[in-house]
Ligand binder design. Structure first.
Ligand SMILES: [Zn+2]
Length: 197
């Protein structure tokens, strides 16, 4: 017995991060039991998400207009640039209240095993930012993983001639962990204790 509508949804759900076949079927069966109104609301929320939220033209973070609230905030320290892998890392760092500079989102990290090289990241945009704005310190807050460390080394090497100070999030963060899911006080400490490269 096969139902195309069910199989189509399961197929789409398993393409999402962290959702395997079993979870996909659980979600699908749950939705079948829900009211049409509830399912419609979920469907509307997905469409709204895609229509309203976009990436900031400047930093690559999330926003609803061309520039995000951080890039358009005059009170931020524009000489300090924090480099992160994903837009959601900005949320985690902002929650600590320890950082008042600007951000640059790479949209990933260098990972040869996954076929992701520097050209797949927002390195060209980073180069433009460094050429056009008086950045004095680059704080590299890529994840404390092999890929995050490799990306940090790559960035500090290719931009080393520009007379910029480089710092890296301190190793108070668990190796192999992520900025996004680090607890707030640990993350705050590793920002405060960032190490010069
Ligand atoms: Zn921005």
């Amino acid at each position: 017995m096969a139902f195309d509508a069910l199989e189509d949804l399961v197929h789409l759900l398993t393409s999402l991060p962290g959702i395997g076949q079993r979870s996909a079927y659980r979600i699908a069966f749950h939705l079948i039991r829900q009211d049409s109104y509830q399912v419609q609301s979920l469907s509307d929320a997905l469409i709204q998400l895609k229509e309203k939220i976009r990436f900031c033209n400047n930093c690559g973070g999330l926003c609803e207009t061309e520039l995000c609230s951080i890039c358009s905030d005059d009170s931020r320290n524009t000489e300090l640039l924090c480099i992160v892998e994903e837009p959601q890392d900005i949320f985690a760092i902002e929650k600590t209240g320890e950082f008042d500079g600007m951000y640059h989102v790479l949209m990933g990290a260098i990972s040869p095993l996954d076929g992701i090289g520097p050209d797949d990241l927002r390195i060209r945009e980073l180069r433009e930012t460094l050429e056009n704005r008086g950045i004095k310190e680059i704080f590299i807050a890529t994840n404390p993983t092999l890929e995050g460390d490799a990306t940090a080394s790559y960035i500090s090497e290719i931009f080393s001639e520009k007379g910029i100070l480089f710092s890296r999030i301190s190793h108070g963060l668990q190796t192999g962990g992520s900025i996004e899911f680090a607890d707030r006080s640990t993350l705050a400490r590793s920002i405060r204790n960032r190490q010069k490269l």
